[in-house]
Write a protein that binds this ligand. Sequence first.
Ligand code: ATP
Length: 418
Amino acid sequence: MRIRSAEIIAVGSEMLTPHRTDTNSLFLAGRLNELGIELSAKAVVGDDQRLLTTLLRQSLERVDLVIITGGLGPTEDDVTREAVSDALGRPMSEDADVLASLEKRFADRGYVMPANNRKQAQVPRGAVVIANPNGSAPGLWLEEGSQAIVVLPGPPRELQPMFDYSVSPRLVATTAGTRWRRRVIKITGRAESQVDEVARDIYLALMKAPTPIQTTILATPGQIELHLAAVSADVAAVDAALADAVGRLATALAPFVFSVDGRNLEEVVGDLLRERGLRIAAAESCTAGLLLGRLTEVPGSSGWVVGGIVAYDDAVKIEQLGVPPGLLEAHGAVSEPVAVAMAEGVRSRLSADIGIGVTGIAGPDGGTETKPVGMVVIAMAGVSPSVRTLKFPGDRRMVRQFSTAAALDMVRRALVTP
Ligand code: ATP
């Protein structure tokens, strides 16, 4: 058996409502990807035995592997076992081992097994039962000629370990040992088009290299990611090719690359602050705590974050941060002198080594010709004092995210050794 292609069918009427999403297929897509198995389609179907039977038959006309999740419970509306039995024309019978382990599961908790759970011991002919250490519904592995059908329970905490411990090794045995390996380059302070312009020639060359490397570009406000992926049975060779590609791209895109090892921006900044023994405080107007929120997402951040002041109203800027009222009158709240005064004020009032001030116009209202929506001023005081006026695109949420990333990056750029 050689499994190259797969489809996923998620079963459960709740996932056809706005209240529940099929997340199992995201997990499974990631795992299949790592195994070098191409996921060509996925479907969500309600608790409908006939429809599931039809869908499974259709999938088996297209791919080597079909993974079905959910609908293995003990109730009437759990129809997956029956549909698989119908689609493959394999009658079901009670599996004595499954029944014994179900009864034991209930007995261990001091219950007698309800009669309807007996249904979960029904197994289509020829199926291998996959143990479920975290729930009552066992999974199934079935082979039909050169194809495989995998059936797993719906709850992610049951499905995930079953896939990793029981299904994955079976699939590895069919994939001739090929593996996808991945690296991610994280960039900030550049737009997607700017990254693409610099990187395009490099990734065109990488695609034609002896170990071809695929590159995908993903953008969120304030962060661009280049995902590099290559597949081979020779893991050492593919890792070396990826390391070389990461090196070439990171050199071309420096100094905007902040991570090639999976860390996010706040972790990189946290590590730099910790290494330097520096503590930071922030005065945030338009980001109103988002910067400190990100800084403190990192475990151990109490070691380098002192605290901050959300200085939205001018009165707070004056009273809590000591921004001179004359500065606000002369330049307005969104201005370089005010951002610098905010950074210095929060640094001295909170006795931090570094102070950051962020002030801007997040919109949609409040913009003027000279100070348009999206204009943000960020200042750093204490270490490497600096101030920058930036103009970000997008709506209020995006402007706030861009501003937070830019503030973090100002600290990173100041502390990173050249
Ligand atoms: P059990 O016997 O534990 O109920 P089951 O296979 O019958 O297992 P379902 O009844 O289909 O599982 O689903 C149980 C719960 O698992 C759902 O309410 C939902 O919270 C979660 N679940 C089911 N399918 C998915 C899915 N595709 N993605 C994420 N969660 C899911």
